[in-house]
Design a protein around this ligand. Structure first.
Ligand code: FAD
Length: 452
């Protein structure tokens, strides 16, 4: 008798379990699916919001070590691309974005920054540690109405924070090939995403969260012609005063190098120096003392990073992925010599102190123009269910990228999949006024600001 009752109970529990499993699987599968191509700050901010509400999201990103795109850092222990680990690989450094400013009208980003600050992901630069360097005068502390922030563990920590509590799938070290990576399937009204010769899924929505040659080619044979026409790209260090008629990206060289501590640079610059905007210089745009900015476990060496101007990068154009050794040598030397000249240090003394260095070319570093439309911040084509987000749709900065991704997600979440309106497709390119300062708010002027 006991045995029969137990069996009945067991069968009923099993049936309930099966029902629940099927119900949950069904509930899960009816969430509209979204493929986000690009795991930079824009793609991650968009994916985070979409996946919290209503959508089933997969992010594809090329990042070999981690996602984050141009919000990139090297951390001790990172697997080197090739060869033996160098001295530099024992240190932490940011090799693209260096600082974050919060445009006053970006209220949601302000709240996100406050939240990051409360958890120690971001910290404000201390007063008087960020300088303005203009060769004619000694470096002067930047007087800014707006605080500047940095991530004490390196800028990539921001991307990793967006990934940490994710409710979406992340496929990194995955390049969605521009030749056949995405295909619109008219019959099912879905996007097929393919990478490394494998179909990765069929998605209700596609989000392009990157720009440059890749995005241009990826969408070139899709039926979303208006989206593609806005993704077409030029590479140049400047644009005409009217903004030009195509997205234009400038390139930047980033040189990180190790010097024995205390170095000639720290002896020359003020003790409080951590970072400096370099103005009116043909070659150099920004200088950071990574050892002053980031937590390092070893203080035997100092790590510094110089960012070039887009004009310098154009003059010394090279293939980004396979830079010839002579170009690496020539460009690194030229940047160090320019830095010596700027700070009135004999260049040979500076060169003699360099014990290790790493040069990177960011080919699609910074938008020289931004797309302005009535509906600011992102693009959406309702017929083909494709959205676009990224810094080039607002301000060329982390603030712009995060906000653009969030605005696209807010739009999709509010419409709950009933997206019947094109957004942002009518407008024009305008010259970016802050691109020469990496999108960072200047001391006195408001950034190129728009509602967000
Ligand atoms: C040298 C440098 C210094 C900078 N300094 C600052 C600064 O100090 N402060 C600041 O606010 N901003 C700075 N910026 C700008 C800032 O980094 C960018 O505005 C911001 O990170 C852009 O984010 P995003 O998500 O729009 O694009 P990205 O960061 O470019 O993200 C796009 C992602 O998509 C991936 N991807 C591309 N194609 C594919 C594909 N086919 N398949 C899969 N993945 C793909 C890319 O690898 C990348 O990870 C700097 C930029 C550079 C280059």
């Amino acid at each position: 008798m006991i045995c029969i009752t137990f069996k009945k109970q067991h069968t009923r529990n099993n049936a309930i379990l099966t029902f629940l499993t099927l119900f949950l699987a069904r509930a899960h599968s009816v969430r509209p699916t979204v493929a986000v191509i690009g795991g930079g700050i824009a793609g991650l901010s968009c994916a985070e919001k979409l996946s919290q509400q209503y959508f089933d999201v997969t992010v594809f990103d090329t990042g070999r070590l981690r996602p984050g795109g141009r919000c990139a850092s090297r951390w001790p222990g990172d697997r080197p691309k090739e060869g033996d680990p160098s001295l530099l690989s024992q240190y932490r450094f940011d090799h693209a974005a260096q600082a974050i400013s919060v445009p006053p009208s970006f209220v949601k980003f302000q709240n996100q920054v406050k939240e990051w600050e409360s958890r120690g992901v971001l910290r404000q630069f201390t007063n008087g540690s960020v300088y303005q360097i203009n060769g004619a005068q000694p470096p002067t502390p930047l007087s800014s109405d707006h605080p500047l922030y940095f991530a004490p563990n390196g800028m990539n920590a921001i991307a990793m924070d967006l990934v940490a509590s994710r409710k979406y799938t992340l496929q990194h070290d995955v390049w969605v090939s521009p030749s056949n990576g995405v295909k619109w399937i008219e019959k099912s009204q879905k996007w097929r995403v393919q990478a490394k010769g494998e179909v990765r899924g069929y998605f209700d929505y596609l989000i392009i969260a990157h720009n440059g040659k890749c995005a241009d080619r990826l969408m070139s044979s899709s039926p979303a012609k208006e989206i593609h026409s806005l993704l077409r790209v030029n590479f140049a260090p400047s644009v005409p005063a009217n903004g030009g008629n195509r997205m234009t990206l400038g390139s930047i060289y980033s040189l990180s190098f190790c010097l024995k501590s205390p170095s000639i640079l720290s002896k020359t610059l003020p003790d409080s120096f951590v970072a400096g905007f370099i103005s009116e210089n043909a070659d150099l745009g920004f200088l950071t003392c990574q050892s002053g900015k980031l937590a390092q476990s070893d203080t035997a060496h100092e790590v510094w990073t110089i960012l070039s101007t887009p004009k310098f990068a154009k003059r010394h154009k090279a293939p980004q992925e396979f830079m010839p050794e002579e170009t690496v040598e020539e460009v690194s030397t030229l940047l160090l010599v320019s830095l010596g000249d700027l700070l009135s240090i004999a260049p040979e003394s500076l060169l003699a102190e360099v014990v290790d260095r790493r040069l990177q070319l960011w080919g699609a570093a910074i938008p020289m123009n931004v797309w302005r439309s009535k509906d600011e911040g992102f693009l959406y084509d309702c017929k083909h269910k494709v959205g676009v987000c990224g810094d080039w749709l607002l301000v060329p900065s982390i603030a712009g990228a995060w906000t653009s991704g969030r605005q696209l997600a807010d739009y999709m979440v509010e419409a709950k999949g009933d997206l019947k309106k094109d957004v942002g497709l009518r407008g024009r390119f305008v010259r970016s006024t802050s691109s020469h300062r990496l999108g960072i708010t200047s001391a006195s002027k408001a950034p190129e600001c728009i509602k967000a």
